[in-house]
Design a protein around this ligand. Structure first.
Ligand SMILES: [Zn+2]
Length: 328
């Protein structure tokens, strides 16, 4: 009996150890470099919803809670338990603008793939840093989800005009709008536009941190710990801007964000992301979050306007632009 009891106790110890390791693993998994963390992404979506003009349908303006929930949605697709999903969408969260400096980005992802391939062919050593999944696809996923939103808005308008139930189209639009918010939020963070995304690499005369914890330290730990002091809704202009070329406007937004990469490292060096940070670091983060919410509100508003100007009629009957594209 004693031996059995000892065996039982030993087995329990192993089980408890496994549970502890498992929990530890979950804890570690829950805090990788997920941009802006849940708090930042949810807040960007919520503030963008609050700042929508009355011309945008009430179903979207009233969906603040759902939009806030959807802010971190693509980060929920990063678990190793769903490996195909994780790997397929990870390049959507960033773009290394240094790597493609001077390139005139084409309007769709497959043209971008071809241009990167050509550039890689011409580059000595054919570096893997020019593979699409290494460069990142931030502007492409953003414009693709934006266009899904335009389509959902158009279906909503169509349903109303034909006196059909518009609820399904409205539900689609809320999901696309929330999903879009994630990438726009990522883009407002300079560290999502750069090879310096998580610790300085290459020549480092100013002695910036090379620790590969800086990304999460800034976006996750600092933002979550100081969230109340980082409220930013007052920095979002009340008037929306109609984006006449959303892809180009979004690229400019990414370039503007990219110009602040070194500022982020300077602030980190001054202790700006330790504890409560500094006045300058809090101001920096507030303005970045506000830039994200502003661009997101403007994209939602522009998608609504655009949906009333495009018929969508050509989309189903026009053959693929490239003759090489297989027809299914
Ligand atoms: Zn992301």
């Amino acid at each position: 009996m004693i031996r059995q009891a000892n065996q039982f106790a030993g087995q329990m110890k192993i089980i408890l150890l496994r549970v502890a390791l498992c929990l530890l693993g979950l804890t570690c998994f829950a805090t990788p470099a997920w941009p802006w963390g849940n708090e930042g992404h949810s807040a960007i979506n919520r503030v963008a919803a609050e700042k929508l003009p009355p011309v945008v349908p009430a179903f979207l303006r009233n969906a603040e809670d759902q939009l806030a929930y959807l802010g971190p949605e693509p980060d929920r697709w990063r678990a190793t338990s769903e490996l195909a999903l994780k790997r397929s969408q990870e390049p959507d969260h960033f773009i290394n603008l240094e790597t493609i400096e001077g390139m005139d980005l084409p309007p769709d992802r497959y043209s971008f793939y071809r241009e990167l391939e050509a550039k890689r062919e011409q580059t000595p050593g054919h570096p893997d840093s020019l593979l699409p999944e290494r460069v990142g696809l931030q502007p492409y996923i953003t414009i693709e989800v934006y266009e899904r939103l335009v389509v959902a808005f158009r279906e909503y308008r169509q349903a109303l005009s034909e006196r059909r139930n518009p609820d399904f189209a409205a539900a689609d639009a809320i999901f696309y709008a929330g999903w879009l918010g994630h990438y726009v939020g990522d883009g407002s963070n300079p560290l999502h536009t750069t090879i310096q995304y998580n610790g300085w690499v290459g020549p480092n005369p100013k002695g910036y941190t090379t620790a590969n914890t800086v990304h999460w330290k800034m976006e996750g730990i600092f933002v979550a710990a100081n969230f109340k002091q980082l409220q930013f809704a007052d920095l979002v202009p009340a008037q929306p801007r109609l984006l006449t070329d959303p892809f180009q406007d979004y690229l400019q937004y990414l370039r503007d964000s990219h110009r602040l990469v070194e500022t982020a490292y300077q602030l980190e060096k001054q202790g700006g992301f330790d504890g409560e940070g500094t006045a300058a670091s809090r101001d920096f983060i507030r303005h970045r979050l506000a830039a994200g919410a502003t661009m997101l509100r403007d994209l939602w508003y522009s998608a609504w306007v655009q949906s009333g100007q495009t018929s969508g009629a050509a989309t189903s009957s026009t053959p693929p632009a490239s003759s090489a594209a297989p027809k299914h």
